[in-house]
Design a protein around this ligand. Structure first.
Ligand SMILES: Nc1ncnc2c1ncn2[C@@H]1O[C@H](COP(=O)(O)OP(=O)(O)OP(=O)(O)O)[C@@H](O)[C@H]1O
Ligand SMILES: [Mg+2]
Length: 286
């Protein structure tokens, strides 16, 4: 297993118009690492370059400058692709096929023998809660059900590394919890995960590290803990003891007759950190 599931080196994508005039710098000089076995979150407002980064990692888009590596091989390499799962922002499947047929189709693409394929497909239908609808056509599926097919499809080849673009969009709360648990489960099995999401609460609870993009540039990177910790405030957690009202605690703390359960730096939510970073960047651009 290579040390990094993915790495980018000065990755840049400039979209040009039909006269090849630069129009949008979608990703600018991006260098980041996704370590093997970690769940890495790529965050950023709409249009900040997340999907473009993923497309370059997968070799779907050619970078204007810089390069990307996946599982130790250059982006787009066929060998790396065999060990890779990808759940796109929007999956487009043949609408006249059923979920079961689609999963068999992808299994065949990976050259899986029939018995193994059948077992895998049934397992994935079960896992994604699609078993009862497995023989209905995709065109009849709700958006959330289609996302589930996209997820099952991304897992068909038992990937070592899975990239998910907004995995929980369109899913109901139950579906979101399922996806979250699934990601944690993949992590336990040593699968590396990279996910893009706007749902920061979810990112916070599953990711080991996150990077925040803003207008194509990396503005922050670190462990979730590093990003959330504030060094300017300390919170004292006092164990519940029946009559603990705040003024009493304040008085009491002076000569410490209370049992201090924990004394730690206050944590922000990832939502607050994200908003602060994005707002600061916006102000600096003005
Ligand atoms: N094929 C394309 N041609 C021209 N511009 C593009 C193309 N694809 C993306 N862009 C532009 O590149 C920028 C980054 O887009 P991208 O889709 O990577 O953002 P994103 O972070 O995934 O956003 P979202 O959260 O909305 O999915 C945007 O300004 C977008 O308009
Ligand atoms: Mg996107």
């Amino acid at each position: 297993m290579p040390e990094y599931a993915a790495q980018t080196f000065g990755l840049t994508k400039v979209f040009t118009d039909f006269l090849l005039r630069p129009r949008v710098v979608a990703v600018e000089d991006l260098s980041l690492q996704v370590e093997s076995g970690e769940v890495f979150g790529l965050l950023g407002p709409n249009g900040s370059g997340k999907t473009t980064t993923i497309k370059m990692l997968l070799g779907f888009l050619r970078p204007t400058r810089g390069r990307a590596e996946l599982l130790g091989r250059p982006a787009g390499d066929v060998h790396a692709r065999r060990s890779l799962g990808f759940m796109p922002e929007e999956s487009s499947f043949y609408p006249f096929l059923t979920a079961r047929e689609i999963l068999h189709f992808y299994g065949r693409l990976f050259g899986m023998p029939r018995r193994e394929r059948r077992k895998k497909v049934e397992g994935l239908l079960e896992m994604t809660g699609l078993k009862d609808a497995a023989d209905r056509r995709i065109s009849e599926y709700s958006k959330g059900m289609q996302r589930r097919v996209g997820l099952a499809q991304a897992l068909i080849n038992d990937p070592k590394f899975i990239i998910m673009d907004e995995p929980t969009s369109g899913l109901d709360p139950m579906g979101r919890v399922d996806v979250k648990n699934l990601i944690l489960d993949l992590k336990d099995r040593g699968v590396s995960v990279m996910l893009c999401s706007h749902l920061l609460g979810e990112v916070e609870s599953v990711c080991t590290r996150v990077a925040i993009l803003h207008r194509g540039r990396l503005v922050r990177e670190g462990t979730v803990r590093e990003l959330l910790e504030r060094r300017d405030m300390i919170q004292v957690l006092v164990a519940e003891s029946g009559e603990t009202d705040r003024s009493r605690i304040a008085e009491a703390l002076a000569d410490i007759p209370v049992r201090v359960a924990s004394l730690e730096f206050v944590s922000d939510s990832l939502e607050e950190v994200f908003m602060r970073i994005v707002e600061k960047e916006e102000q600096e651009e003005e």
